[in-house]
Design a protein around this ligand. Structure first.
Ligand SMILES: Nc1ncnc2c1ncn2[C@@H]1O[C@H](COP(=O)(O)OP(=O)(O)OP(=O)(O)O)[C@@H](O)[C@H]1O
Ligand SMILES: CCCC(=O)O
Length: 355
């Protein structure tokens, strides 16, 4: 039996869990108020604070650090890499600290995992970070030589639900084609061809459908005019795209349940925006089906928005002609992280090396 600590840092919370093999000992969300995080200018500066909150939580739950066999964290905006479980090494730590592809709370996952594991001489890992990049060469062209399309998406949950579907069907993930739509605060839709995500929208930085708090793709000419209007700083524009875009920009909330409530109270504009988000998701799924040349074994809908019955129906009515649609609402990133680490601890897989 292997005991693992799992660390998944988000923008306002750090989710932690301890697993004995795949059995949860406890799962907890440690929330951080904006006052607590205010003193830190960068994500990396939050490192000591978040680490001590995690160690305190372990004490409260009576789980001695020494009882852990490994620590696994959600990682971060590293250099682009293929999917899998990676051992945390010095090169990775350096890249997580500087944020080679930007700042994201999950940059702290690998760093904290490494430091806690080091104190007890245990291994530390990250699994399927947001920079998993298995895109076909043909998918990388933007139409402007200076700009190459990037794969930044919910790789951990997309891969986890894809493998879950394969297991339930008694087939191998590497033998099937899937379109997976992660419908959360950000939305990513990936074309999975025989175990590789060969095309996907950059869910963090202005590609794909709009989402509860992101714009997704924008009419580029109008965006350029806005950038040169003199009204906004670079930081303000970036925030309008990621964080304050999408549903947040239309209605001042990133909670789709508010949209649902407004719609049920008769607000026609809320209904239209909610339906427009589903419409854009369906279009993106259709695009991925063409990437897979129509050979789609299933379309999987996952993430928090997949709890929304109407939202799921609006997508289904546009894409059901392509293939079966399977819905796995929510996400189980903590279990997916534990599974990734356990495959290495059990010797089923070798940990990959980050270079
Ligand atoms: N029952 C529900 N009906 C409709 N929407 C829901 C429901 N439950 C949660 N959601 C919506 O799901 C969204 C959050 O999804 P999720 O929890 O997957 O996102 P996240 O983890 O914060 O971000 P991300 O998935 O991008 O990492 C919110 O907009 C929330 O309102
Ligand atoms: C893009 C992947 C993770 C996120 O939504 O922040």
């Amino acid at each position: 039996m292997f005991r693992m600590l799992v660390i998944n840092p988000g923008s306002t919370s750090t989710k932690i869990a301890v697993f004995d093999d795949l059995n949860p000992v406890f799962v907890d969300t440690l929330r951080h108020s904006s006052e607590e995080l205010a003193p830190y200018k960068t994500i990396f500066e939050q490192y000591e604070f978040r680490k001590s909150v995690i160690l305190n939580a372990l004490k409260e739950k009576d789980v001695p650090v020494e009882s852990l066999n490994a620590v696994v964290g959600r990682g971060g905006l590293l250099k682009s890499i293929e999917g899998g479980t990676y051992a945390v090494n010095e090169t990775m730590l350096e890249d997580l600290k500087v944020g080679v592809q930007g700042q994201h709370a999950s940059n702290l996952g690998g760093v904290i995992a490494y430091e806690i594991a080091k104190s007890i001489n245990a291994p530390s890992f990250i699994v399927d970070p947001v920079v998993v990049d298995e895109m076909d060469e043909i998918a990388r062209f933007s139409g402007m030589p200076e700009i190459t399309r990037k794969s930044i998406f919910h790789a951990l949950n997309q891969k986890a639900v894809a493998k879950r579907f394969a297991k339930e069907k008694g087939v191998k993930y590497e033998d099937i084609n899937l379109v997976v739509a992660h419908l959360g605060g950000g939305i990513s839709v990936g074309a999975h061809r025989k175990g590789r995500v060969v095309d996907v929208n950059n869910a963090l930085d202005g590609e794909g459908p709009f989402s509860p708090e992101r714009t997704g793709s924008l009419p580029v000419g109008d965006l350029v005019k806005m950038c040169y209007s003199g009204k906004y700083t670079l930081e303000e524009i970036k925030k309008k795209i990621t964080g304050k875009g999408g549903v947040m920009a239309y209605f001042g909330t990133n909670d789709a349940r508010d949209l649902d409530r407004m719609m049920k109270e008769g607000n026609k504009e809320a209904e239209l925006v909610y339906k427009a988000m589903a419409y854009q998701v369906a279009k993106e799924i259709g695009m991925c089906a063409t990437v897979l040349k129509g050979e789609v074994d299933a379309i999987i809908l996952t993430g928090g928005l997949a709890y929304g019955k109407d939202f799921v129906e609006w997508i289904k009515e546009r894409v059901s002609f392509i293939s079966e649609v399977v819905v796995y609402p929510g996400e189980d990133e903590m279990l997916a992280l534990a599974e990734g680490a356990l495959r290495v601890l059990n010797g089923e897989e070798a940990a990959k090396e980050y270079k």
